[in-house]
Write a protein that binds this ligand. Structure first.
Ligand code: IVH
Length: 668
């Protein structure tokens, strides 16, 4: 397999494994069997072991959650978990009250108003005060057993407090992600190159579906409880009494609820709640009105889905109209270009909004969003406001269509949209917007091999502005490095030594570390065997590059484009000035070397040597190792399970050697 093929396969496998992880862990909707999943993961692990230069730090082979456990068990709720009838208007609330009054006739009743959280409904079962089961609503009758996940929430007690505990009780409530935690989690995910959750509700739901409770424990989840299912060995007169009991037992409940003597008062308090909604640390999407006297519930009854003693009033998502001034493009850490709407500032959901994400170019085209348009922005449970529609009838004709730039706004490098993706990415490996990734790649074992330069150090160096390009690594002082967190003077010295040592590495390591598209460690070696130094490589044109065995037109084009980009030229110049100007190994074949000038291709599993060991020995003896067979190939060394290369060698009449024959040649 050529390194190009390996890189492509690694990328493809990573995407596939991540997609199946998501389907399995977050959507609980796997498309393939565990066995097939394991096979994909294993292939990726093996490729990463053989081509460590392509093993990304955030590869799905490296984080927990990559190995699915068993799916959740199904559990039945003793009393089904019902939903609520929703209304969006005050007049419907009055109708609800009129129905209650009709049913109850002369009996007196009051209401309790609670905030409605947009989260995930859960049920906790306590027997003699001990938590025995935690589950999702599921279809209302059966849900998933997520006890272990729920136990990771600090606010959920495994034992209830107090003496008046019921023999058995199902306690109902909502798990949610507070705004601040949601924002932090999304930032982390984006930095790790993962998809951000669209809103706190999705984030909470996705978290609870994780099969590994350790992952759940790291998610900023909280819960609030507001009701019960089965209840044995206790009784409550009013809903307010029930809420007090939940609180006494140690469960989190709403800090504020409103008792209302009649519907008029309820509507007033609902308005008050609406005004207060942005003061809560979590998203509120409405209010829930419940008849307070529990003794009346039976009489009021229920539909197949919801009780007739409660109703949810939901706020319309908040919208505002404003002018789209311009569209800017941001480059993310993974090189994805995201168009952002720059808006005339407008007040929305309690804060001034002046930017909204436009996601990608397809989304802009689908909504026909143009610069200068009057647009409607919405913040519905979403922290990031979005442009939902355009007031096309208010167009003047002066509006202009947006075109995605064809170069990266951060570095001027080329951008491309890969097959099957909506995202446009910057292809320049040295792009400053992708700096942390770039440095990680540069320092990796298969490249400049700078020991000790790990992720947390890279984060600090970039965040503190000490490193703006890879060349800055060579200008770090002992004082600067020792000033970083968790850095003693001794380890700072070691790091600087490792950086210094990397200056002496051969050219192929630098070429591999620059992350030029289509150039992995193998092609980097090929190039280093052809060119004296970077300057010679830079001077080579497309034709010259293509004439090199194993360098195809795409790789050649990518090399030319890389050296042409002014940003890259500046970085290379700084590297040279800092003393990083390694030499190629062109002068090679040591005189009289056994394999001088001969080119080899290795295929299949050799009996005693790994392919890498065999390649090393061939190179040491002056030979060249390439990855594809052509007429120019002198020998193909074939082991067990040799495939198409073996066939090609036979077809072209290239000599085929066993490992044994190779060893004899090497011995001289
Ligand atoms: S009571 C049998 N109270 O909203 C009544 N539900 O849209 C069960 N919710 O299914 C629900 N806050 O998941 C109730 N204070 C609250 C709530 C609440 C949020 C959720 C719950 C419900 C959904 C209906």
């Amino acid at each position: 397999m050529t390194s190009d093929q390996a890189r492509r396969r690694v990328e493809q496998l990573t995407r596939e494994v991540e997609r199946h992880n998501r389907l399995y862990y977050e959507e609980a909707a796997p498309e393939i069997s565990d066995r097939d999943f394991d096979a994909l993961l294993r292939e990726l692990e093996e490729l990463e072991a053989a081509f460590p230069q392509f093993a990304a730090a955030d590869s799905p082979t490296r984080h927990v959650g990559g190995q699915p456990l068993a799916a959740f068990a199904s559990v039945a709720h003793v009393v089904p978990m019902m939903s609520l009838a929703n209304t969006y208007s005050m007049s419907e609330l009055r109708e609800f009250d009129a129905r209650v009054r009709r049913t109850l006739g002369a009996q007196n009743y009051t209401y309790l108003l609670e905030p409605k959280i947009d989260g995930v409904a859960v049920s906790l079962r306590y027997e003699s005060g001990r938590l025995t089961l935690g589950s999702t609503r599921g279809d209302g009758r059966t849900g998933d057993d997520i006890t272990q996940n729920l136990k990771t929430l600090r606010t959920i007690p495994v034992r209830l407090r107090g003496k008046d505990l019921p023999d058995a009780v199902e306690i109902r409530g909502e798990v949610f992600m507070p705004r601040a935690g949601f924002a932090a989690l999304n930032q982390e995910r984006q930095e790790a190159g993962l998809d951000a959750f669209a809103n706190p509700r999705n984030a909470a739901a996705g978290s609870l579906k994780q099969l590994d409770p350790r992952v759940v424990a790291e998610r900023p989840l909280d819960a609030v409880f507001y009701g019960i299912g089965q209840l044995e060995g206790a009784q409550f007169k009013t809903h307010a009494d029930l809420l007090s009991a939940l609180k006494r037992w140690g469960l989190p409940t709403h800090e504020r609820v409103w008792t209302c003597t009649d519907i008029d008062e309820a509507l007033q308090h609902l308005e008050e709640l609406h005004q207060l909604r942005h003061d809560f640390p979590f998203e509120i999407d409405g209010g829930v009105l419940k008849v307070n006297e529990r003794g009346l519930y039976e009489e009021l009854g229920a539909t197949s889905k919801s009780p007739r003693w409660a109703v949810a009033y939901k706020y319309e998502p908040e919208q505002a109209e404003t002018r789209l001034r311009t569209i800017t493009v941001q480059v993310g850490r993974t090189g994805v270009l995201t168009p952002v709407a720059e808006l005339e500032p407008v007040l929305l959901s309690g804060s001034t909004v002046s930017r909204a994400t436009l996601h990608n170019e397809d989304e802009i085209a689908r909504k026909d969003i143009r610069v200068g348009d009057l647009v409607v922005v919405e913040k519905a449970g979403e922290i990031i406001p979005a442009v939902v529609s355009v007031q096309t009838e208010k167009r003047t004709g002066a509006e202009t269509r947006f075109v995605m730039p064809d170069t990266c706004p951060a570095c001027g490098g080329p951008v491309a949209r890969r097959e099957g993706e909506v995202a446009v990415r910057c292809e320049n490996s040295l792009c400053p917007a992708q700096l942390k990734n770039t440095i990680r790649y540069f320092a990796a074992r298969g490249a400049m091999d700078i020991e000790g330069l790990g992720e947390s150090l890279i984060d600090q160096l970039v965040d503190r502005g000490l490193v703006r390009t890879v060349a800055d690594l060579y200008r770090l002082s002992l004082e600067e490095v020792a000033g970083l967190e968790r850095m003693a003077e001794k380890s700072a010295g070691n790091l600087l030594d490792a950086i210094e040592k990397s200056k002496g590495h051969p050219l192929w390591r630098l070429l591999s570390g620059l992350g030029i598209r289509h150039i992995g460690a193998q092609s980097a070696r090929t190039l280093a065997a052809e060119f004296e130094d970077l300057a010679a490589l830079r001077a080579a044109d497309q034709e010259r590059l293509e004439s090199i065995q194993d360098i195809g037109p795409k790789a050649a084009e990518s090399i030319v484009a890389f050296f042409r980009a002014p940003h890259n030229q500046a970085v290379l110049e700084s590297l040279r000035a800092a003393g990083v100007d390694p030499k190629g190994e062109v002068s090679s074949p040591p005189t009289g070397a056994a394999l001088a000038g001969k080119s080899f291709v290795l295929t299949g599993t050799l009996p005693t040597l790994t392919r890498e060991q065999a390649a090393e020995r061939i190179r040491a003896a002056g030979g060249k190792v390439t990855s594809s067979v052509s007429k120019k190939t002198d020998f193909v060394v074939a082991g067990e399970n040799a495939g198409s290369k073996f066939e090609k060698a036979e077809k072209l009449g290239v000599a085929i050697l066993s490992e044994e024959a190779l060893l004899k040649m090497l011995d001289g």
